[in-house]
Every structure is written in structure tokens, then in C-alpha cells.
Write a protein that binds this ligand. Sequence first.
Ligand SMILES: [Zn+2]
Ligand SMILES: [Zn+2]
Length: 125
Amino acid sequence: MARNEAVFYEIKCRSNKKDFYLRYDFAYDEKWVLTYGLKSLPAEDARESSSFGNRKSTIDISQARTGPQYKCPYCGTRGFVRCGSCGKLTCYDHSGHFTCAHCGNSGAVSGQIKDMDGSKHTSQR
Ligand SMILES: [Zn+2]
Ligand SMILES: [Zn+2]
């Protein structure tokens, strides 16, 4: 049985620097799936995750997959990077170069996208 559970991460769009949220759902096959990029948290989820930002929900991204419907709600890219300087997330278009929407740090993206714990993100669709 799938757990009725979703985890949200704050992220910013690289193009307009607006906040949005990555939504991960725990799927029937016991994998986390990045399902949606949301401009705001749904009211019910906001209530449930009222400790958002305090409670650490750690997901093993190397075991997660990106759902076909996921994209940045602002610019439509399907990737994201974590800034090596401030540790926050910014959407990413796989161009090989990124600019952090939070702190302005920029540089080349080396290797695969890393997960929230620093282990490899293997993209398996
Ligand atoms: Zn974006
Ligand atoms: Zn940064």
C-alpha cells in the first residue's frame, strides 16, 4: 500500500527568481516520485506540513524518479540543481551552467544532479 504522504521542497525559478515547490509523492511501488512543480502549497498540505522548514523530510533522491508531468511552473524546465554555496535549489535546464536564484552564485554544473543528502541523482525517467 502506498503511504499517503507527500514532501515539499522550496525551490526558485532561475528565470524569474520566484519561489515554487517540488512535490514528491510516495508511489505505489515504494519509490518517491517528483510529481509536480507547484507555485504554492495546497491549503491542506500547508496545514499538514505546518512545520515546513523545521521538520526534515529526507528523501533518497537516488531512489526517486521524476514523473512525466513534472516541470518548473514558470519556465518549464525539468531539472534542478542545488547551489554549492547556499545549499538551496534552483530550477535548471541542463545547459551545463547555472546561476543560483537565491544567492547569485554561478558556475558550471559538474556531474549529475545531487540529492538533498549529497548522494548521486540517477535519472531513470
Ligand atoms: Zn524555472
Ligand atoms: Zn546559492
